[in-house]
Design a protein. Structure first.
Length: 357
């Protein structure tokens, strides 16, 4: 009896996992097809047009009709498009999620991130064996730009209107003439741009060690008309800090990526004016390993494929990974000389906000 039950349990586990992985393969291919639709402008061509044939989409988007038909049919079978009598329609709700980059639901950057994670897999296999790492540059434009685009709308919508006002003294100071902000690991610059937009009296300096990201940040700032108050610098401030005196020193979703997080936090402390504030936004992780938690499932995937290997591409490395526990961060802050780690009263499903004193 026990042997029969054990065999049945074994078979259920086996079949459930096989089904789960088959589902994962199908949804991963969905993401790749969404990526094609985004990069080729197919969703933009479909949005607001009503029902179209493959030939009409091909003409509108400048692609081959045979590829247009196959892609349209894949999207229809997957429930992204509607189809009737050989004509395909992008529903309005799906159009917002797939063709409106200013929507909080805009999803193609997620697909692009998954595509970007695939490129360095051979190097990652080698890193697993050697204990080395994979530099951020190996993830290319897909990695760099998808990360920026995933956070863009949130920064523009919430940074100046909700997140920074959670520190009333800082919110007030940034509205005064002469206020200065240092934004570390700024990437493509959307956090810096959001601060400059929200606080017209403030000057903002963005710092990042990745030259390609800074080039993108400068282009984004120019498009926003903010060059007079917003400057970007190729610089790793954890190794060589610029002059201090900033009213706010911040870093958004990057401490866990850094090889030397304590050095970075120590540099933030040095950059802040005597009454300046230090703010860190990072992942809203649980206190301990939480099997079955969807957010941590996602974060561990990001950690294995990107955050841990990029952090280990420099040595010595703290090798933190995406799932930086609150206790781990508090230890880093204490080692950097901070006496108080305050969690701000900001409700967010994936981010936690720390003010260091």
């Amino acid at each position: 009896m026990t042997s029969t039950r054990s065999t049945a349990d074994h078979e259920r586990q086996r079949d459930a996992l096989a089904e789960r992985l088959n589902d994962a393969a199908r949804t991963t291919m969905d993401l790749y097809c969404v990526h094609l639709g985004d990069r080729l402008g197919l969703y933009r061509a479909l949005a607001g047009r009503g029902a179209v044939t493959p030939d009409e989409l091909a003409a509108a988007a400048g692609i081959h009709p045979r590829y247009a038909r196959e892609w349209l049919e894949q999207q229809a079978v997957g429930g992204i498009l509607e189809v009737e009598d050989g004509r395909f329609t992008l529903p309005a709700g799906h159009a917002e999620a797939l063709a409106d980059p200013d929507s909080v639901a805009f999803s193609p950057p997620i697909a692009r991130m998954v595509v970007g994670l695939a490129a360095p897999l051979p190097a990652l296999i080698d890193a697993f064996r050697s204990g080395g790492g994979v530099p951020w540059t190996a993830y290319g434009a897909d990695g760099r730009e998808s990360q920026a685009d995933m956070n863009r709308v949130q920064f523009l919508a919430h940074l100046g209107g909700e997140w920074l006002p959670a520190m009333p003294d800082v919110h007030a100071r940034l509205q005064e003439p002469g206020a200065a902000v240092a934004d570390l690991a700024c990437g493509a610059g959307w956090s810096s741009i959001a601060i400059a937009r929200a606080y017209p009296a403030a000057r903002v300096d963005g710092f990042d060690g990745d030259a390609a990201s800074i080039e993108l940040a400068r282009a984004n700032a120019a498009a926003e008309g903010l060059e007079d108050r917003l400057r970007f610098h190729v610089r790793d401030v954890s190794g060589d800090s610029p002059d201090g005196g900033y009213d706010l020193v911040c870093v958004f979703e990057a401490i866990h990526d850094m090889a030397r997080p304590v050095d970075a936090l120590r540099a933030m402390r040095a950059l802040a004016a005597p009454r300046g504030a230090v703010l860190v936004m990072d992942e809203r992780t649980n206190a301990a390993l939480s099997v079955g938690d969807p957010l941590e499932h996602y974060l561990y995937g990001a950690s294995v494929l990107a955050c841990l290997p990029t952090g280990m591409s420099e040595q010595p490395s703290a090798a933190t990974g995406t799932v930086m526990r609150p206790s781990t961060f508090a230890g880093y802050a204490e080692a950097a000389g901070f006496g108080v780690v305050e969690v701000l009263d900001v409700e967010h499903p994936t981010f936690r906000f720390y003010r260091l004193r």
